[in-house]
Design a protein around this ligand. Structure first.
Ligand SMILES: [Zn+2]
Length: 149
């Protein structure tokens, strides 16, 4: 399961990993947290959200993603207030899909992450693990193979 904030995040940062996982026979689930309504110039929010959704699904098809889950939280609003509903949605998805591994943003990377939607996506996943979404398979592994805590 790959958790991204925006439509272009996963394809840019881990598109190769998703394609590799799919090629190895894994069912890749891509979760987009926001609706990307602010990611354009000169288009309405509705048109922007619609185009970004279309492009996300096209890219997911090229990357052999089995399913895209659009959570449709308001773009640029994954703040502390939005993290509880985001966490609830992620807990539901973890219980539904029982992922073997997950991939999302690394807030401690050398690239310094300051996008609040990216940080919210990471925290939603990190706190999800500690709030009871464990599966019969145990804790999902992060992409580097370490158990999540
Ligand atoms: Zn992003």
């Amino acid at each position: 399961m790959v958790i991204e904030a925006h439509a272009d995040d996963a394809a840019l940062w881990c598109g190769g990993l998703m394609l590799k996982w799919a090629g190895e026979g894994h069912r890749v689930i891509l979760v987009r947290a926001t609706n990307d309504e602010n990611d354009s110039v000169g288009l309405s929010r509705e048109e922007t959200a619609r185009l970004n959704r279309e492009q996300l699904h096209q890219a997911a098809g090229l990357l052999a993603v089995a399913e895209v889950v659009d959570l449709d939280f308001q773009d640029a609003m994954l703040t502390d207030l939005a993290r509880i509903p985001l966490r609830e949605r992620l807990i539901h998805l973890y219980r539904l899909y029982r992922p073997y591994a997950t991939c999302t943003f690394d807030p401690y990377s050398v690239l310094y992450e300051n996008n609040q939607d990216h940080l919210g996506s990471h925290q939603g996943r990190a706190r999800r693990v500690g709030t009871g979404a464990l599966t019969a398979r145990g804790r999902p592994r992060s992409v580097d193979g370490h158990q999540q805590r």
